[in-house]
Ligand binder design. Structure first.
Ligand code: ADE
Length: 415
């Protein structure tokens, strides 16, 4: 079996950690058991470009149990957990991923997975999809799945331009994905990354969160919960207003730069904090990015205006400006939750990856009727994932009485 990982000797640790995550993924486990019984993916090849984590490993193993041949590469050069990559190879899944791989290796690994001629692909951030459009335009693909907001934005732009050449499920847009993974997952794991890298106390600090989509919502909410004075920067008036009414101060990047102790970007946009902001920040300010790509902090500009830089702790780089002020960048400005911590906990990835697994089944079942375009999973599947998760968490779901059903269905009963 072909593969490219850091150290196969790390497999035993990877197996232990994959088992630990699997215990907190009951919905995916139920789907895995059904896939195994039905051999849902017999004869199918699946290529995945995702963060190589314990949770992704459980998804890959569920697909393999369902009869698929699966190959995996990383969706970010810094998020690979090398022990997980080793355990997957040991379990018979070809993996092409090494933590810290350079850009050329990152792309050559995407090509290695595509060389396995997958029928469908799982993508996180749309890099594999982009390669399939720019460099391998004649390779046949039945369909795809996209995990993240940034990837879905790219896909919609491709569909709008009429260039998207196969159907893709925007898994991110399922309620059981973005309302939980993006809010609760990103909220907790981004702070986890900053805590592991810098070991600071959030209470009493001014934490500036740029972007108030689901991810920014989660980050600002959790920072506030830890006692921080939270500031939100947002361009959309409705989102900005909702941040204000959720108790955050709302201001511009120019206003926030001199007062923040910690800056966290989650906008999906480029150069949110730039040279002019760095020049007005306080000594000791910490900068982290929770967005998919490492473009939100202009680190080229920061490097240009700095006299020196050094790694002061693992995943924490100190830049010293000409006047001696020190700015600290977490995980090279790459997505902080996976660069400096382990990503979202399994409990929430359970739903995201249950959605992914069901989307793969759905796309094979419906491929012949689907034109190229961006699709959202049917609402029944979303509801089913929520119902199973709630059940696993011990929550009871209220059933309406016949009288209540009738009342809701009628427009005549007003009083
Ligand atoms: N994205 C965010 N957290 C993740 C995780 N734990 N595994 C895979 N992808 C992720």
């Amino acid at each position: 079996m072909d593969y490219d990982i850091t150290d196969l000797g790390l497999a035993p640790e990877g197996h232990r950690r994959i088992e630990w995550a699997g215990r907190r993924m009951p919905v995916l486990e139920a789907i895995r058991a059904r896939f195994e019984a039905e051999q849902t993916f017999e004869g199918k090849r699946i290529g995945a470009c995702m963060h190589v984590t314990t949770e992704t490993a459980n998804l890959m193993l569920a697909l393999k149990a369902g009869g698929a041949e699966v190959a995996l590469c990383a969706s970010n050069p810094l998020s690979t957990q090398d022990d997980v990559a080793a355990a997957l190879v040991d379990a018979g899944v070809p993996v092409y991923a090494r933590r810290g791989e350079d850009n050329d290796t990152f792309y050559s690994h995407i090509h290695s997975v595509l060389d396995t001629e997958p029928h469908i692909i799982f993508d996180d951030g749309s890099d594999m999809t982009t390669v399939l459009h720019k460099e391998r335009a004649s390779q046949p693909i039945v369909g795809g799945m996209e995990e993240t907001t940034t990837g879905v934005i790219r896909l919609r732009a491709m569909a709008e331009d009429g260039v998207l050449r196969f159907p893709v499920v925007a898994v991110n847009d399922s309620d059981t994905k973005h309302l939980f993974d993006n809010r609760h997952g990103t909220g907790q794991s981004s702070l986890d990354g900053i805590l592991r890298a810098a070991n600071i106390l959030f209470a009493g600090r001014t934490v500036v969160v740029a972007g108030y989509g689901d991810c920014g919502w989660g980050i600002a909410d959790r920072a506030k919960g830890l006692g921080a004075d939270t500031v939100v920067v947002e361009k959309d008036p409705v989102r900005a207003l909702s941040a204000a009414m959720n108790g955050h101060r709302v201001m511009t990047t120019d206003e926030a730069a001199p007062i923040g102790d910690v800056f966290i970007t989650a906008t999906g946009n480029i150069h949110v904090f730039r040279a002019e902001h760095f020049l007005s920040m306080q000594d000791g300010a910490i900068l982290a990015n929770a967005g998919h790509f490492d473009v939100e902090l202009d680190l080229v500009a920061l490097d240009r205006i700095s006299e020196s830089r050094r790694e002061i702790r693992d995943n924490l780089e100190e830049y010293v400006l000409a006047d001696g002020r020190r700015l600290l960048v977490v995980a090279e400005g790459r997505l902080v939750n996976l660069g400096a911590a382990e990503g979202h906990p399994a409990d929430v990835m359970d739903m995201s990856f249950a959605d992914q697994a069901l989307a793969a089944e759905w796309i094979f079942a419906n491929a012949e009727d689907l034109d190229p375009g961006v699709y959202v999973l049917p609402e029944e599947l979303d509801q089913e994932v929520a119902r199973l998760k709630l059940e696993a968490m011990g929550g009871g779901l209220e059933q309406l009485t016949p009288e209540q059903e009738k009342y809701l269905a009628s427009w005549q009963e007003g009083t």
